[in-house]
Write a protein that binds this ligand. Sequence first.
Ligand code: ATP
Ligand code: MG
Length: 484
Amino acid sequence: MIPKYLYKIAQKLKDSGYEAYLVGGCVRDILMEKNPQDWDMTTDARPEEILAVFPEGKYENDFGTVLLPIRLEKKEGELKGQLQDVIEITTYRSEQGYSDRRHPDSIQFETKLDKDLERRDFTINALALDLTQENKIIDLFGGEKDIKKKIIRAVGEPSDRFKEDALRMLRAIRLSAQLGFKIEEKTKRAIVKLAGSIKFVSKERIRDELIKILASDRPAEGIMLLHDCKLLQYIIPELEQGVGVAQDRHHIYPVFKHNILSLKHCPSKEWPVRLAALLHDVAKPKTRKIINGVATFYNHEHLGAKMVAKILARLKFSAADQARIVNLIKNHMFYYNVGEVSAASVRRLIVKVGKENLKDLIDLRIADRLGSGTPKAMPYKLRHLEYMLEKVQNDPVSVKMLKINGDDIMRILNIPPGPKIGAILDVLLGEVIENPKLNVKKVLEKRVKELNEFDLSELRLRAKEIIEEKREEDDKKIKREHRV
Ligand code: ATP
Ligand code: MG
């Protein structure tokens, strides 16, 4: 499982008079028989000495690390030398002073492996493996035993280690979600005590760890652990407003628990869809109203979309990720009922949500249902929706699919480019969505002349009426029926 080139690199350092070990997460993964994400090697050789042994290496001054490009051995059916990768070789080091509670003020090169292992965060990450001595493991802190017992334990005094670098609190929870390990009691207590120091960690790093938790095999456990460790209130406090907020009808769980269970049951492996599942009902506490003795949450999807846009911007998610997740939240209440919803309505749903997001939206609906604790006969409904989507898939749902384009309109009406052309196309699309049989060049040409009688604002209003408002009418049905 350990690639041959790593043995060669370690042996070459050794032959040049230095020590060399695999170290950190990759050793942990090897002992767990998992494939490491990346390979880290540590040595007593100084960066310039490493470079003297490997002139092809590159010195990364910021991190004091030498990046060594490697050519992976030829695999069956692959071109030779096609795969390129790097391994990081780092000189033994210790770290001093953490005045910003996140980074050491200075680092110092060391000559002993022990010093390098001491600075690492958890016992399971503080193991070294000697490739030149039959893969002997150097384990100064009981990391091997902790791997067997599935425990995440800080190296040394947990409070001290989290005071040095607050990011380690998130790393503990992320590793727990990824590996299925428990955080040892004393380590966990230190996180609870120091949770507030998460403010010293940049939003970008918090976001990255959150993404790893969501993408792990235990995303819901990871978020619950953030909650139990008192960290969630600093990351997404809006979620915690749902704790204990009771719901009626289709739900047996309060809002917070329902959000967590939706994440747990989300069929998608993609973290943005999972994050949408976690956040989809985030506005319920704010929209809750008792009407005739029943809890209602009118418009929680729209307020939710706004709240989620703020949450994601605050956590520095990319614009594309923000748009994708907000779109899912805004549309998660879409109405679909077999026999009741027309093909035109399904086409309008496609226009509103975007073809590429439909699968995610259905996954979100499944997550929502399974997370409600009272799963109804949804699978049939959703299979039917999938069938309908298939059925209308070749129908026109975008201006591009119309049998007429902007140039045609300019020619027919003898007008220059301008906003009116787009507005006419939008009205035509709305009409064709209602009735795809109208998507015939001759018919559209005639209709263009009729529509030319209207001015721009009338055309825009008309387009809005046929696409957006009709879809909203469709969705209002669910509110009548389900009082949400
Ligand atoms: P992954 O599977 O995500 O690569 P990892 O444990 O290997 O997990 P890396 O970020 O690759 O994490 O870091 C490599 C090693 O460096 C860790 O195993 C740990 O020994 C050490 N390390 C990383 N970040 C910290 C930190 N904030 N504090 C102390 N040690 C750290
Ligand atoms: Mg790693």
